[in-house]
Design a protein around this ligand. Structure first.
Ligand code: ADP
Ligand code: 5SP
Length: 498
């Protein structure tokens, strides 16, 4: 059987076709989609229509690559998507306005209002487990109500990006706890909507959200129009899918405690599977649910490949030239430190912070030092959160890498040195797309009942480490980076006191 996984990321949509019997990805496809340009600072939006165009294009390309015989063996599709985006739909399921994304920081006033309504930060953590942060969906809904009342009056359905793609494929409104836990509208301990959080926005909001279904329940069946266009059978199951980090967990075999994954996409995330809710009393680590029945404590920083892309653009380099330039500068960039908050930041919670190069001199103001300081800065920023994850009891023996940034050998070594933990990339680098394919295969096997296969068995069979990419911490550099971490944290704290 062939199981298809789609990952609708912030910069592009990726699709893979998994041949389950061979345990291998046999075809893949990709299509880019862009942010809406020219919006005021802090506003980050995309039109959901561009996601469906990219989804249809990648599915068509995948179908062509599979050829007629394998197309007839397609059994299921799973969808992964960037978390937290708010897709507002009217009564007919039409998109009312562009989606505000996970990296939009325009809702700090709404976060403050919601936090106050629930009784303050501690009360919010007690009631839902997840604080109101600008990246999450709840303040975006209140923003629409307060700032665009005419649009809000038309609101009848709230979906997240991956739910909207499921709706496009099946015609059904459906949500599951993994991605839904990133709305900040759930009590993540009970895996259920929090009536209090919903009512803090609108007493009718509950009617605009589908009930939460367990993640092993299918979202629906692929609409016939899609199946015919693609040459697929008529009974293709579309699984619940999930947020890209939840699916990245599955695609890196992070489905039982003890495994830690880092994703270097547009955002940077580090997460671990947990058999119980992990609520950070400081609210820095997100207490999300996974999309396989467990929980997924997660650290997210907003500035990862956006920063390296910006530096690369400045010097008109391709990704390899950027690596070479950075490798030409010494570890620690001769004292040049970068606080990478180009888009504000979620962890630490500094939505209005800006970036800083500290330590510019005749020796460091050149492309190589700037590139290295940028890569070190985003990695030190991630490491700040990794220390917090560790303080909550997550102990990584190694970290599995996924996302675009994991393709850089130079960056992998930098991560091993800064995290002081071995890192290793995966044979299939599209972890979220592979995870979505695997989750759909799991969902089909659960429907078949008697022949049910566990998710751990499926990942054990299909998820493979690429041992050639393994990087061990280099003792020459780990001590230096510990010092730099302290300087990075102190500089951040001095410039942006919390
Ligand atoms: N070899 C590489 N070295 C460093 N960065 C890379 C490399 N290949 C891709 N990238 C980065 O990965 C980014 C895309 O990552 P991806 O995980 O697909 O993002 P998203 O899922 O957020 O759309 C690109 O913008 C690019 O900056
Ligand atoms: O906001 C978060 C996690 O809380 C981000 O990780 C988004 O889910 C976007 O992911 P990428 O597009 O960077 O993969």
């Amino acid at each position: 059987m062939i199981h298809i996984g789609i990952d609708s990321g912030t910069q592009s949509t990726k699709a893979v076709a998994l041949d389950l019997e061979r345990g291998q990805v046999v075809a893949s496809a990709r299509a880019p989609h862009a942010l809406i340009p020219g919006l005021p600072p802090g506003h980050m939006e995309q039109h959901p229509r561009n996601w469906t165009i990219a989804l249809d294009a990648t599915l068509a390309e995948l179908a062509a690559r599979l050829g007629p015989a394998r197309r007839r063996r397609v059994r299921s599709i799973g969808v992964s998507g960037q978390q937290h985006g708010f897709v507002p739909l009217d009564a007919e399921g039409r998109v009312i306005r562009p989606a505000k994304l996970w990296c939009d920081t325009s809702t700090t006033a709404e976060c403050a209002l919601l936090t106050k309504k629930l009784g303050g930060e501690k009360a919010v953590l007690r009631k839902t487990g997840v604080p109101f942060l600008p990246g999450y969906t709840a303040p975006k809904i209140l923003w629409l109500k307060r700032r665009e009342p005419a649009n809000y009056r038309r609101l009848r359905h709230v979906l997240l990006p991956h739910d909207y793609l499921n709706f496009h494929l099946t015609g059904r409104y459906f949500m599951e706890p993994g991605d839904a836990s990133g709305t900040a509208l759930m009590d993540i301990r009970r895996r259920a909507w929090s009536r209090e959080a919903l009512q803090a926005i609108d007493k009718n909001l509950e009617n605009f959200l589908p009930p939460l279904s367990p993640s092993d329940v299918p979202a629906g069946t692929l609409l016939l129009a899609h199946a015919r266009r693609l040459g697929f059978p008529e009974n293709v199951t579309v699984s619940a899918g999930g947020g890209d980090n939840m699916m990245g967990a599955v695609g890196t075999g992070n489905v039982s405690p003890g495994v830690v994954t880092a994703s270097l996409g547009t955002s940077g995330t580090i997460f671990a599977h947990a058999g119980r809710p992990v609520v950070d009393p400081r609210g820095e680590i997100a207490a999300f649910c996974s999309s396989d029945g467990g929980w997924l404590p997660l650290l997210c920083t907003m500035n990862v490949t956006t920063v390296t892309e910006q530096i690369r653009g400045l010097f008109k380099q391709d990704v390899r030239a950027l690596d070479r330039a950075a490798a030409g500068a010494p570890a620690g960039s001769a004292g040049l430190l970068m606080l990478p908050y180009l888009a504000g930041e979620r962890t630490p919670n500094l939505p209005h912070a800006t970036g800083v190069f500290y330590g510019l001199s005749l020796a460091t103001l050149n492309p190589g030092h700037l590139a290295r300081a940028a890569m070190e800065g985003v990695t030190l920023n991630l490491n700040h959160g990794l220390r917090r994850l560790m303080a909550l009891g997550i102990r990584p023996r190694e970290i599995r890498l996924t996302g675009g940034g994991a393709k850089s050998g130079f960056w992998r070594q930098l991560m091993a040195d800064i995290f002081d933990v071995p890192v290793v990339a995966m044979k299939e680098d599209e972890g979220a797309a592979l995870g979505a394919a695997l989750q759909s295969a799991w969902c089909v096997s659960r429907q078949q009942g008697a022949k049910e296969t566990s998710l751990a068995e499926l990942t054990g069979r299909c998820v493979k480490l690429d041992e050639r990419t393994r990087a061990e911490p280099d003792r020459k550099n780990t001590a230096l980076y510990q010092e730099l971490q302290a300087r990075h944290d102190a500089l951040s704290q001095t410039l942006w006191p919390r």
